[in-house]
Design a protein around this ligand. Structure first.
Ligand code: NI
Length: 395
């Protein structure tokens, strides 16, 4: 029996877990109920379980009977502050909170992988670390889990993760060598001039006019500085200045985000960002203060691990549409794990337009086709059982 057929045998269990998590969404670092269920299930299956990592993180460890690499499989658990509007019978029972990104599915996939691996315990070569991570949604969960020691004792040789992907239908699977999801910076800019009367602008230094110039000039970074064959985003998403119609304000504050894939593009965009903001502000007689925060680096898949994963997908799921070139401007903190450990972050199509399961991630009507869950679980279990990391140079 193939691992996929075994995963199908577990389908009811997988869906029960997924819908239970969906009914009970929890925000980052508050996944108390979710992580308790995860820990209980891992213990029941016979894993060595660690809890309380980064508050609500859980790790399940199993050592195979045969020597081999250490595999880290990562699943995120958190929900979003979104009011659900799917009308599903398993809709969120917590007002204002919802699994609008599919992380409920990821936890269910993780528990299904845990089950599949235990059924083939004798075939496990090396060690498997199942990492259930809190707070992926821009809250730094991966960084906290790394601080809590998930990359040590034992140190993983390779890492895998998965995201259900509502941009594409079930049967689409993406394993891209190199950058697959963007790195993200968030920033604030404060432009300070000199306030004054709106009727005598020559006696003031107008930060509103300066901000308008800065916003326009920032849009030339991607269009004039970044190569047309590469990509980046600079978005100003907030602007606040002034209180009334006849007063030039003292200052204007703006905020926004930068997205890039390649490290050299990121460096270029950040350099130009500083030059443009400072230079234009100065030309307009204002001062600029920039606060830049590095949210997540780009998610970069290791070529070797990803090519091995592609081989597994071709073999285990021959009817799948395997995509080896794809990028999205979304970001993901799996990137921090992949910065330290060679690995692959898979995207698995989860859309089903006929059943209206085609809303975008983070939308109040987001829901996905659960048929993707056994496929994803079988692929990850297969990667471990077929010794994906074997033959790789030990670090
Ligand atoms: Ni997500």
């Amino acid at each position: 029996m193939s691992l996929y057929q075994e995963a199908l045998d577990l389908f009811d269990l997988t869906v029960d877990f997924r819908r239970d998590f969906h009914r009970h969404p929890e925000l980052g670092f508050n996944e108390v109920r979710t992580s308790r269920i995860v820990a209980d299930e891992l213990s029941r299956l016979g894993y060595e379980v660690q809890t309380g990592l980064a508050k609500t993180g859980v790790v399940g460890l199993i050592q195979g009977e045969q020597p081999g690499p250490v595999a880290l499989l990562r699943f995120d658990m958190d929900a979003l502050p979104v009011q659900e509007d799917t009308g599903a019978e398993y809709a969120s029972e917590t007002p204002g909170l919802m699994h609008a990104c599919g992380h409920d599915g990821h936890v269910a996939i993780g528990l299904t992988v845990a089950n599949l691996l235990m059924r083939h315990r004798e075939a496990i070569k090396g060690t498997v670390k199942l990492v259930f991570q809190p707070a992926e949604e821009g809250m730094g969960g991966a960084a906290k889990m790394i601080e809590a020691g998930i990359l040590k004792d034992p140190a993983p040789d390779f890492a895998l993760g998965v995201h259900v992907w509502n941009e594409r239908p079930v049967g689409w699977v993406c394993a891209v060598p190199g950058p697959v999801m963007a790195g993200a910076e968030i920033f604030k800019i404060k432009i300070t001039g000199r306030g004054g009367h709106g009727a005598v602008p020559h006696q003031a230094v107008d930060p509103v006019a300066a901000s308008a110039q800065i916003i326009t000039a920032l849009q030339t970074i991607v269009s004039r500085n970044v190569s047309p064959l590469q990509s980046g985003v600079v978005s100003i998403t907030q602007i606040h200045g002034g209180e009334t119609f006849n007063v030039i304000p003292q200052a204007v504050e703006m905020a926004g985000t930068i997205r890039t894939f390649e490290p050299e593009v990121r460096k270029l965009v950040l350099e130009r960002f500083n030059q443009v903001v400072q230079g234009v502000a100065e030309a307009m007689g204002c001062q600029a203060e920039i606060t830049m925060q590095d949210l997540t680096p780009a998610t970069i898949n290791d070529r070797w691990v990803t090519e091995r994963m592609q081989e597994r997908i071709r073999k285990d799921w021959p009817e799948a549409e395997l995509v080896t070139q794809y990028q999205t401007m979304g970001s993901e903190d799996m990137s921090l794990i992949l910065n330290a450990v060679p690995g692959c972050f898979l995207l698995v199509g989860s859309m089903n337009a006929e059943r209206n399961l085609n809303y975008a991630h983070h939308h109040p009507r987001f829901d996905f086709d659960e048929q993707v869950l056994p496929h994803a679980a079988a692929l990850l279990a297969s990667a471990v059982l077929e010794g994906l990391g074997e033959g790789q140079k030990k670090k």
